[in-house]
Write a protein that binds this ligand. Structure first.
Ligand SMILES: *Cc1c(COP(=O)(O)O)cnc(C)c1O
Length: 360
């Protein structure tokens, strides 16, 4: 029997046997005293891999971004961010609620990019009427899209000219790195090329890297010292967290190069969903496939898939995320189920195509 194909997110992965062994074998201390050797080793590993002086292990990406924003900005400062960026839209407004940091959200194009002119125009002059613009925050990947290096270069150059710092929400940085690696280049080296544009970066271990829990904030020693205080203040000082850090370190050692497989599974799914009347693959970059479903049938399709052991998320647009617990057989099963939903619903091709407004 086909096991459940869970494409809701790359956060759903179970630790592998080898990862669990690394966790069980990890030497532990008390990280609030700063003496958990596994946490310290992870922090050094990720900081040096990404070219930063220091790093701090965090329970979640949300807390990692929050500590980063609050380490960069004081109360009443402002940060510039995409209108649908995770830190602005999907983190409970934490920067404003807990940091009293004013967000200045800007429009993004279909690839998650802001316009350079918009950013330039949004940076406030030094005048008592305005909040002080301190930080630009970018996200890579954004909805599965990688940010091209000329975009990163142009944006971070502008920010620096205007005296702003730049933070990267790199929850899926390593997916971006795998997708934009030059021939023969390792994912780690590619990741460092991306982070070289930034003053700080937050990365998740709990997504495509397959660890059960954890993120890291990377930056200068001074920035990480400020973030450390915020992490404690927001309840994120953990104790024998080396148990979790060991899983993250294992993932950095063993799960970077395999991300390319997740990306090819996403391509395989996108190909399997081609030429279905009533469904359109909107984008399939890195490990995320978005499809638009016509005639408001998204929820019906989701429910149908669920009864056939395929899980996804969305409404009008559905999202399928590949990860290390999904193989080619699962992908083919998912594509076949989508196809059978449409062939059962529309035995004749003409029945659905001219009814009402198409959603895409
Ligand atoms: C997942 C994610 C985060 C952090 O999420 P947590 O669930 O708090 O770990 C931050 N930014 C982006 C872009 C994400 O996808």
């Amino acid at each position: 029997m086909q096991k459940t194909v869970d494409l809701r997110s790359d956060t759903v992965t179970q630790p592998t046997a080898a990862m669990l062994k690394a966790m069980f074998d990890a030497p532990l201390g008390d990280d609030v005293f700063g003496d958990d050797p596994s946490v310290n080793a992870l922090q050094e590993k990720v900081a040096s891999m990404l070219g930063f002086e220091a790093a701090l292990f965090m329970p979640t990406g949300t807390q990692s971004n929050l500590c980063g924003l609050m380490a960069h900005c004081q109360r009443g400062d402002e940060y510039i961010v995409g209108q649908s960026a995770h830190t602005y839209r999907y983190e409970g407004g934490g920067a404003a609620v807990l940091g009293s940091i004013q967000p200045q959200p800007l429009a993004q194009n279909a690839f998650g990019q802001m316009a350079v002119e918009d950013v330039a125009n949004a940076i406030k002059p030094d005048d008592c009427h305005f909040a002080q613009t301190k930080l630009l925050c970018l996200e890579n990947t954004w909805n599965g899209h990688t940010m091209p290096s000329d975009y990163l270069d142009g944006m971070t150059r502008l920010a620096r000219e205007k005296g702003l710092s730049v933070h990267l929400d790199g929850a899926r940085l390593f997916n971006a790195a795998a997708a934009s690696a030059q021939p023969g280049e390792s994912v780690a080296v590619s990741a460092k090329r991306i982070t070289s544009y930034f003053d700080s970066a937050s990365v998740c271990f709990s997504k495509g890297l397959g660890a059960p829990v954890g993120s890291a904030l990377c930056g200068s020693k001074a920035l990480i010292a400020r973030a450390h205080r915020v992490r404690k203040m927001t309840g994120g000082g953990m104790r024998q967290s080396g148990l979790l850090a060991a899983a993250a370190a294992f993932a950095l050692d063993n799960h970077l190069e395999r991300l390319a497989q997740d990306h090819s599974m996403a391509q395989r799914l996108a190909q399997g969903l081609e030429n279905i009347a009533g469904l359109k693959v909107r984008s399939a970059q890195t490990n995320i496939v978005f499809v638009d479903v016509a005639d408001g049938k998204g929820p019906d399709l989701l429910a149908y898939l669920k009864t056939h052991g395929v899980l996804a998320t969305g409404l009008i647009g559905l999202r399928f995320v590949t990860h290390l617990d999904v193989d080619a057989q699962g992908i083919d099963h998912a594509a076949a189920c989508v196809r059978s939903f449409f062939s059962e619903a529309n035995p004749s091709k003409t029945s659905s195509t001219h009814r009402g407004a198409a959603v895409y």
